[in-house]
Design a protein around this ligand. Structure first.
Ligand code: HMG
Ligand code: MG
Length: 302
């Protein structure tokens, strides 16, 4: 399989990156982050989630953030919608894509969305139908496709099963997520192979958390299978409230640097992206998690 010449990046920083933040992040800061990401050339941004504010308080300002964004044409704004209640609230804010999110692990499904995998599919089906009927694109996130914080290793058959269910209910493309960042290249390739039983390679996105420092290697392993859609977080922000200890997604800056170094186009301006990462890191009072941003910021300072 030839390595793709172009990669589509989805920055999930405003959602996956910030959902777990303990300190309040005002809607205005989230909106400014989205503006900076689009100014850096990101054409897909996962903005927020329409989940219960009791479960994830940081995303309680979902509608305010969505309507506060000055939209740029050619940019796709996506939001998470776990059920019809979330979908109906999201619909008013006109997302371009909604995301239903399930797990390959039963235990994670229970902890994250309070129902079994089978029940989650029953809840997602009407959401998917309503989304498609409203002309909104529908993505399905598949958590724990290589490992689960509660169940340990996850067999590729579990991933194939979930991908098959996502396909049956009409999901258009899926994320193969390594929620806790334990995956290594061959394991990630097996999870992608399992997903390919139901989705073609153009409809598979890699979503790799970097807890064990494997996310760039896993990205390369997925590229070698022809995957060309990837999710990442500016400054490597994030983690999942229901996956303790898991750190953020692979930093968008690090992915962009690797891809550009391989001659693969992304449409992203790395310098502007680093500025976007510096903006949110400064707000959070933390150093960026991106190695590339750290190196380039040091070089700039020198
Ligand atoms: P539930 O408690 O089972 O739902 O939650 P319920 O239908 O029984 O409703 C209970 C209460 O929640 C009610 O309120 C509902 O109104 C409210 P009350 O009457 O008690 O005041 N409610 C909602 N409120 C706002 N928006 C909604 C909504 N639905 C119900 N959509 C639910 C089920 C899924 C809502 C809940 O478990 C939840 O919100 N979980 C949060 C899950 C989450 O956001 N996890 C993080 C994102 S996933 C992730 O990060 C992984 C990913 O990045 C990929 C990867 O890395 O693996 C995507
Ligand atoms: Mg995630």
């Amino acid at each position: 399989m030839p390595i793709p010449k172009r990669v589509q990046l989805i920055d999930v920083g405003p959602r996956d990156g910030l959902q777990n933040e303990k300190q309040p992040v005002p809607a205005s800061v989230k909106i400014e982050l989205v503006h900076r990401l689009q100014a850096a050339g990101l054409t897909e941004i996962e903005v927020t989630s329409f989940v219960s504010p009791k479960w994830v308080p940081q995303m309680a300002d979902n509608a305010e953030v969505m309507v506060g964004i000055q939209r740029q044409s050619g940019v796709r704004y996506s939001v998470l919608t776990p059920n019809l209640q979330g979908f109906e609230a999201a619909l008013k804010t006109q997302p371009d894509e909604i995301v239903v999110f399930g797990a390959a692990s039963e235990a994670f499904s229970q902890k994250n969305i309070n129902c079994s995998i089978a029940e989650s599919i029953e809840r997602f089906a009407p959401v998917v139908q309503a989304g498609l009927a409203a002309g909104i694109a529908v993505r399905g996130a598949m958590s724990c496709t290589v490992g689960c914080p509660y169940e340990g290793d996850i067999a590729p058959e579990r991933v194939a099963y979930l991908a098959g269910l996502m396909k049956q209910i009409g999901v258009q493309r899926v994320d193969v997520a390594d929620t806790i960042g334990v995956g290594t290249p061959f394991k990630v390739q097996k999870a992608i192979e399992a997903t390919l039983q139901s989705f073609d390679v153009d409809h598979i996105c890699g979503h790799f958390h970097d807890t064990y420092g494997q996310a760039l290697s896993n990205t390369l392993a997925a590229l070698q299978m022809g995957v060309w859609n990837f999710q990442s977080s500016v400054a490597g922000l994030g983690g999942c409230p229901y996956a303790k200890g898991a750190t953020g997604n692979v930093a968008t800056e690090d992915v962009v640097y690797m891809l550009h170094g391989m001659g693969i186009e992304t449409g992203v301006d790395l310098d502007k992206l680093i500025d976007a990462g510096a903006y949110i890191s400064e707000f959070l009072g933390r150093k960026t998690q991106s190695r590339v941003a750290t190196a380039i910021l040091n070089k700039r300072a020198g």
